[in-house]
Design a protein around this ligand. Structure first.
Ligand SMILES: [Fe+2]
Ligand SMILES: [Fe+2]
Length: 133
């Protein structure tokens, strides 16, 4: 998975987390079967923290379509945890399918959910922790 300039939203803690996500998916793409489960565990842990952080910003800034975005986070976490379980049971192919789909999911999520959220936070003058003014 490669970083695209269109992923840069100008909110530092968000961009930093997304870069970590992209790096993690790129790393997962290279892992052999016997390391895939450990890699999936890292991804699940990182993504849970990533989504919690965004959910908190949406709550704090009063983002109106908060449910649409948090529901998608919930759905993605469920899929990731479910697939992680299958990988643990030896189904590496399913894990690889998920990893293959993540770049497209992320690009769509960034173009829709994140563009709206960043615009809204800027309108409200809401600055998340760790963001440089
Ligand atoms: Fe995100
Ligand atoms: Fe998100």
């Amino acid at each position: 998975m490669e970083w695209k300039e269109s992923f840069t939203l100008g909110v530092k803690p968000m961009d930093d987390t997304h870069r970590e996500f992209v790096d993690m998916v790129s790393h997962l793409e290279t892992l052999p079967d016997d390391s895939l489960l450990a890699g999936m565990d890292e991804l699940v842990e990182h993504t849970a923290a990533h989504f919690d952080q965004e959910n908190r910003w949406m709550e704090e800034s009063g983002f109106p379509p908060v449910h649409c975005h948090t529901e998608e986070h919930k759905r993605v976490m469920q899929v990731m945890r479910d697939v992680r379980g299958h990988v643990a049971a030896g189904d590496h192919a399913l894990g690889r399918n998920l990893i293959r789909e993540l770049p497209e999911w992320f690009a769509t999520h960034a173009a829709t959910m994140y563009t709206a959220l960043v615009w809204f936070m800027q309108q409200k003058g809401y600055v998340p922790e760790g963001a440089t003014a």
